[in-house]
Design a protein around this ligand. Structure first.
Ligand SMILES: C[S@@+](CC[C@H](N)C(=O)[O-])C[C@H]1O[C@@H](n2cnc3c(N)ncnc32)[C@H](O)[C@@H]1O
Length: 258
C-alpha cells in the first residue's frame, strides 16, 4: 500500500514537471486528476489501515473498555486457538494439576484446560480489567465450583505463595512483559519442585512483519528464551514448532523447575 501511494505521488510529480511542466501543472489532464484521486484514495486507506493496526495492537497488549471486554477477548480466543492447544498439549495436564496462566486474555486456554485437559484448578492473572471481568463471567461455573479464579495482577509480581502450582503457561504474552527474566524468576518461585513452565510464542521474524506488533511488542528468538530459562536454573528445556495458518510458525518451549 505504501509503495502504491509513493508510486502515485511520483507519477503525479512527473506529470507536472519537465519543459512544459507549468502548463501541465496549471491544467492537469484527466489522467493526472485520476492519479491524484487514486493516490489520495489509497493514502486515506493506508492511514485508516495503520490506525486500525495500532488500535488492534494496543487492545492485544491490554484489552480495554467495552470493546476489550466483549470483542477483543473473543478475537484473542479465535486467533490464539492453535497456540493455546499447542501449549496445553505440551503441558499434558491432569486432574491433580494446578495451572497458573499468565495473561489469561479471553479465557480460551483456561476453559480448554478445565474441560478438555481436565485440569484440577486454574488461576488466570492479567493486567487488563476487561480481561478479568470477561473471564470471571465466561467461566463463572468453574469459579463458583472453586476450580478457577481470575485476578488482576502483573506477571512480574505474582500475588501467589511459593511452590503452589504444578504448571505455569504463558501463551502469546511474552511480548508484553516489561522484564521477562523477572517473570521467569517469579514463575520459578511459585512452581512446585518438578513443576512445568510452558511458553508459547510467535516466530520473531513473523511478528516483526506485522503492523499491529509495532505497538511495543518485544519479539524473542528461541535461543534467547531457552538461555534465559537455563540461566535461571530451569532444567529439561526443549522447544517444538507448529505451523499455524494465520500466524505462521509458532514455538512452544517447555522446561521443568529443579
Ligand atoms: C495477546 S493477549 C493473549 C491472551 C491469551 N493468553 C490468549 O492466548 O488468548 C495478551 C494478554 O496478556 C496480558 N498482559 C500483558 N502484559 C501483562 C503482564 N505484565 N502481566 C500479566 N498479563 C499481561 C494482556 O492484558 C492480554 O490480555
Amino acid at each position: 500500500m505504501v509503495e502504491v501511494f509513493f508510486i502515485g505521488a511520483h507519477l503525479f510529480s512527473e506529470n507536472c514537471s519537465g519543459s512544459d511542466g507549468l502548463q501541465k501543472g496549471l491544467m492537469p489532464s484527466v489522467s493526472n486528476a485520476g492519479a491524484v484521486f487514486v493516490t489520495l484514495y489509497l493514502g486515506e486507506g493506508y492511514i485508516a489501515a495503520m490506525r486500525l493496526a495500532k488500535f488492534i495492537g494496543k487492545q492485544a497488549a491490554s484489552p480495554s473498555g467495552l470493546f476489550g471486554q466483549f470483542l477483543m477477548t473473543r478475537i484473542l480466543n479465535r486467533v490464539n486457538v492453535n497456540m493455546n492447544r499447542f501449549a496445553l498439549d505440551r503441558a499434558d495436564l491432569s486432574a491433580s494439576d494446578y495451572l497458573l496462566e499468565l495473561g489469561c486474555g479471553g479465557g480460551g486456554l483456561a476453559k480448554r484446560a478445565l474441560t478438555k485437559s481436565d485440569c484440577g484448578y486454574v488461576m488466570g492473572i492479567d493486567t487488563s480489567v476487561a480481561s478479568i471481568k470477561h473471564c470471571n463471567r465466561r467461566l463463572r461455573r468453574s469459579v463458583h465450583a472453586q476450580r478457577a479464579c481470575f485476578e488482576l495482577a502483573q506477571a512480574e509480581q505474582l500475588p501467589i505463595a511459593d511452590a503452589s502450582y504444578t504448571c505455569v503457561i504463558s501463551s502469546s504474552t511474552v511480548y508484553f512483559f516489561t522484564d521477562l527474566k523477572q517473570v521467569l524468576l517469579e514463575c520459578q518461585r511459585v512452581l512446585k519442585s518438578d513443576g512445568k513452565m510452558v511458553l508459547c510464542f510467535n516466530d520473531a521474524s513473523w511478528l516483526q512483519r506485522q503492523s499491529f506488533a509495532r505497538q511495543g511488542f518485544r519479539s524473542y528468538e528461541v535461543v534467547a528464551i531457552e538461555s534465559l530459562l537455563e540461566s535461571i536454573g530451569f532444567e529439561n528445556i526443549s522447544t517444538e514448532q507448529r505451523q499455524d495458518a494465520l500466524q505462521g510458525l509458532i514455538h512452544c518451549t517447555i522446561a521443568s523447575r529443579s
